[in-house]
Structures are given as structure tokens and as C-alpha cells.
Design a protein around this ligand. Structure first.
Ligand code: BTN
Length: 268
């Protein structure tokens, strides 16, 4: 493994220019899942803005209990948020994070990237990066206790397992050159810190949403929203102020979607 392809705590700390994110940083070569580790820490006393990063995960998790392919060529991180106010909208947070990740990836690679609602980053129709946000609420008062936001980036991969080789792509494959993982992480933490602490997304959510929508695939297109037991079909119209996808159903009803897998419908 070359230096470029390995996360290095000293290099990251030297390059870091954030207000809060990553001031408390743990770097692992291999870990089961940065989200699982961050979750265990959050129950303890770890601070808002703590970041966990790893070169490799042995049990990386994706949405809907899927595995997330996490070989040594990727970048895997999670950060802990402990909101101390009520402005924190978790739905919008997911979109703001996706937008920041897209900015950092575009900046480092020069690639033209898109976001698939809510937070997959795509190059063409292939996935470059997945994001998993997990919120823990207080059972007594329903308030958000903490949020773990996990980001997995296909960085320098030159191949993927058969099951995902048709749907996954890495930055290296897309731009034809290896990416320095430390530089990528430093840029990424800067963009995230900006939207979380310097100019928080919840101060001016409409501006953030406008920018998000410019990067979005699917708007105006026929989509299927797939749930375990059924499927909804309609036209993806807009994003609402809570980050939901507004779908216009065939009977004219406009429905905001907050979960389920959204797929573009290919016309027969
Ligand atoms: C998805 O596309 O379904 C979301 C994937 C999220 C993967 C990241 S990698 C870092 C963090 N740790 C995990 O176990 N999952 C997230």
C-alpha cells in the first residue's frame, strides 16, 4: 500500500482547518464498522464533532441492513453529532451532508457528479459513495440524543466483487488517477464542518435545498419507490422542507417520501 492510499493521523491533523469537526479524531487501519464504533462511543461521553476514520471495514453497514463493501482502497468515516438545540432537522441534515460530500469529491477529482435522493453520490449511473445516518432519540422526551453519520467512499478501488461490479465505481476508475486519501479526507471534513458549524444548513435551509436540487438526478422523471411489501410509482416532483421526496402519484396525490429505495423507471 502506498502512502497516498493510507490514512495517516499525523497528516490529517496537520491539514485540518475545521472549527469543530475532527478536533477529536480516531484513525483505524481496520475496524468492524466506524458507525458501530461511533455509536458505542456516543453512549459514553464522546463529544459533538468526534470523527472516526478507517482504511478498511470488516462489517461495513449500508441502509436497509445491507453490507457495505469496505476494502482497503476506500475511505470510511463516521462523525458524532450531539445537537444542543431544536433546529436540527435530521432529514435536511442528510441532504446537507450529501451536498458537502459531493463538493469535496468534485473538488478533488474534477468529476461531474450527481446525487441520487437522498444521499448516494453517483458518477453516471454508478455509485461512488454511500451515506448512512443513524439517530438515537431519548425514549422519555423523544429528543434526538445523538446522530451518527457514516460515509463510505469508493476511492482507489480497481475492482469490485461481482455482485456490485455493475453498480459501483471508484474515484480512481472514474478520473483515471489515484487519489490521496488524506487530502480527500481533509477536504471532506472542511466541507462538512462548513455546513455543520460555520454556516449551519439549518440557518438558511432554502439556499441549501436549492443547491442540493441542482445536483439531483430523478426530478421530473418516472420513479418507483420500493418498500419490502409494495412499490409506489409516480413522478419525482420536488424536495420538501423536511428533505422528503415529493412524488406525484397516478391519481394526482402528491406524497412526500422519507424512506424506501427510489429507482428510476425504465420505460418498456
Ligand atoms: C448505503 O449506501 O447504503 C450507505 C453506506 C454507508 C457506509 C458507511 S462506511 C462508514 C460507515 N460505517 C458503516 O458501517 N457504514 C457507514
Amino acid at each position: 500500500m502506498t502512502n497516498k492510499n493510507s490514512l495517516d493521523e499525523k497528516k490529517i491533523k496537520k491539514g485540518l482547518s475545521t472549527l469543530r469537526l475532527g478536533k477529536d479524531l480516531e484513525v483505524f487501519d481496520t475496524i468492524d464498522s466506524t458507525n458501530s464504533y461511533a455509536k458505542a462511543l456516543s453512549e459514553d461521553k464522546k463529544l459533538d464533532g468526534t470523527v472516526i476514520v478507517a482504511n478498511e471495514q470488516t462489517a461495513g453497514r449500508g441502509r436497509t441492513s445491507r453490507k457495505f463493501f469496505s476494502s482497503k482502497d476506500g475511505v470510511y468515516l463516521s462523525f458524532i453529532l450531539k445537537p444542543d438545540h431544536n433546529n436540527f432537522n435530521v432529514g435536511l441534515l442528510t441532504l446537507a451532508v450529501a451536498l458537502s460530500v459531493k463538493k469535496a469529491l468534485t473538488d478533488i477529482s474534477g468529476l461531474d457528479l450527481e446525487i441520487k435522493w437522498p444521499n448516494d453520490i453517483l458518477f453516471g449511473d454508478k455509485k461512488l459513495c454511500g451515506i448512512l445516518s443513524e439517530a438515537q432519540t431519548d425514549a422519555l422526551n423523544g429528543k434526538v440524543k445523538y446522530i451518527i453519520c457514516g460515509i463510505g467512499i469508493n476511492c482507489n478501488n480497481t475492482f469490485f466483487p461481482d455482485e456490485i461490479s455493475d453498480i459501483a465505481v471508484s474515484l480512481r476508475q472514474a478520473c483515471g488517477k489515484a487519489i490521496d486519501k488524506n487530502e480527500l479526507l481533509i477536504k471532506l471534513l472542511y466541507e462538512l464542518d462548513n455546513v455543520l458549524y460555520r454556516q449551519p444548513y439549518y440557518i438558511n435551509p432554502c439556499d441549501m435545498l436549492l443547491e442540493y436540487k441542482k445536483s439531483l438526478t430523478l426530478l421530473g422523471k418516472q420513479v418507483s419507490v420500493i418498500y419490502p411489501e409494495y412499490e409506489l410509482c409516480g413522478i419525482a416532483k420536488d424536495i420538501d422542507l423536511n428533505g422528503g421526496l415529493i412524488v406525484s402519484l397516478p391519481d394526482g396525490e402528491q406524497k412526500s417520501i422519507f424512506s424506501g429505495e427510489v429507482k428510476l423507471r425504465v420505460k418498456a
